[in-house]
Design a protein around this ligand. Structure first.
Ligand code: C5P
Length: 284
């Protein structure tokens, strides 16, 4: 049997950084939702007890540094499985972009191996707990949809999906590693409360209130380090888009738009301006 899983990208609708913890991580409050941009993950049984990974993207390592590999290794260890697995990653989500591509691939491997090896008793909550050992965003990716993430990002509470809308994605030709961004953040004396506003807006299905409350504390670091990302944000704001923000630790900037015609206008305008522009929908 071969198993295929879709691994959707995420965007942050908010990201409040609360405090630095003794373990080096930061406590955060954030809302994340999925978009219809996805990697495809294929799982093939191997005759020998081994894990192999192949990705069709030069920036993705084909070894134990790959989060998909780590997910398979953890799954085999946890459930004492001595069978082998070959993982193929068809990458569509840009790498080191703030869209959770690596985390989503890892989550897809956990879901897929559960199906392949028919461990029906294993719950999504268990997969999410395992995911937390791989990366802070992996538990969210196990469930997908729309959620409030707290702690270092691993505690998940489900939220209503955002009102349907278009997402204009634009990214400069650079990769950003999350671990280099958090340590450079100057924490506010009073933590920001973007998340509270976004949660209320989702609960009341209010698209414009959601856009008004969106905010990301990590922008202050990434947009200063990479002025080209700042310029993309400013350019996108010129198209009268209600919600423009950076996703995760960046550098991808996205804009939420209700109407296709306006989204398409922004997409066309940005294409002449930056390396990678896409027009997708919120899935949530
Ligand atoms: O959990 P993950 O491995 O994705 O995190 C990568 C790095 O980002 C961590 O090593 C840490 O430096 C930083 N981070 C953080 N606080 C979080 C999540 C990540 O400081 N909540």
């Amino acid at each position: 049997m071969v198993v295929f899983e879709k691994a959707p990208a995420k965007i942050n609708l908010s990201l409040d950084v609360l405090n630095k913890r003794a373990d080096g991580y930061h406590d955060v409050n954030m809302v994340m939702t999925t978009i219809d941009l996805a990697d495809r993950v294929s799982l093939y049984p191997l005759h020998r007890d081994d894990i192999t990974v192949v990705a069709d993207n030069q920036y993705v390592p084909n070894d134990e540094r790959n989060l998909a590999y780590k997910a398979a290794a953890l799954f085999k260890r946890t459930f004492h499985i001595t069978k082998g697995i070959h993982i193929e990653l068809e990458k569509h989500i840009p790498v080191s972009a703030g869209l959770g591509g690596g985390s989503s691939d890892a989550a897809a491997v956990l879901r897929g191996l559960k199906r392949l090896w028919q461990l029906d008793h294993v719950s999504n909550a268990t997969l999410a707990e395992m995911g937390a050992q791989i990366g802070s965003d992996v538990p969210f990716c196990v469930y997908g949809k729309t959620a409030l993430a707290t702690g270092r990002g691993e505690h998940i509470a489900h939220l209503p999906a955002p009102p349907s809308c278009w997402v204009v994605l634009a990214r400069p030709d650079i990769g950003v590693s999350t671990r280099t961004i958090f340590p450079k953040l100057t924490l506010n004396d009073v933590p920001s409360t973007y998340t509270e506003g976004v949660v209320t807006a989702l609960e009341t299905h209010d698209f414009y209130a959601m856009c008004d409350h969106m905010g990301n504390d990590l922008e202050s670091v990434t947009l200063t380090l990479y002025p080209e990302a700042q310029r993309i944000k400013e350019k996108m704001q010129q198209y009268d888009i209600p919600g423009v923000m950076m996703s995760g630790s960046g550098p991808t900037i996205f804009g939420l738009v209700e109407h296709y015609s306006k989204a398409k206008r922004a997409y066309n305008g940005l294409r002449g301006f930056c390396h990678d522009v896409r027009l997708v929908r919120v899935m949530g």
